[in-house]
Design a protein around this ligand. Structure first.
Ligand SMILES: [Zn+2]
Length: 143
């Protein structure tokens, strides 16, 4: 029974190992859209880590020789390292990305209320028809 499970997992692992190895840096990378790059990298990392777990399990089942296990594991680990490094670099620029996105969102919404006047005293937004701030009552200066 255990052997059957191993055989089943083994074939799945093989497919999981081979597919990303052959397609690496080609179709996967080029299909990455900037916005979802981080998500894809996270998923890639999860898959790779899962593969390593499966590999260890397979080794425990005796389906892999120790040298094969060591060899494949080394390759997989270095692949994970590449992904982790990529994620790390991406996260460093992500904060800026988030800031920019927030900024553009703010611009979009404020474009609608562009005509509003900011109170010089409390900063509250007032309709252009207001002569006095609805928040603090200060006189509004038209600029
Ligand atoms: Zn005010």
């Amino acid at each position: 029974m255990v052997y059957l499970i191993c055989a089943f997992l083994g074939s799945g692992v093989l497919a999981a190992i081979c597919v990303p190895l052959f397609r690496k840096d080609n179709s996967i990378e080029s299909a990455i859209i900037e916005e979802t790059e981080w998500d894809l990298l996270q998923r890639k990392k999860e898959v790779l880590l899962g593969n390593i777990q499966d590999l260890d399990f397979e080794f425990k089942c005796g389906k892999l020789s120790e040298s094969d296990h060591t060899q494949i594991r080394k390759e997989m680990t270095s692949e994970v390292a590449v992904v982790l490094d990529h994620i790390d670099r991406l996260e460093k620029s992500l904060d800026l990305d988030v800031l920019i996105r927030r900024e553009t969102d703010t611009r979009k919404t404020s474009a609608k209320s562009k005509a509003q006047t900011s109170c010089g005293s409390c900063g509250a937004k007032n309709p252009p028809s207001n002569k006095f701030c609805s928040e603090c009552g200060a006189r509004l200066n038209r600029s």
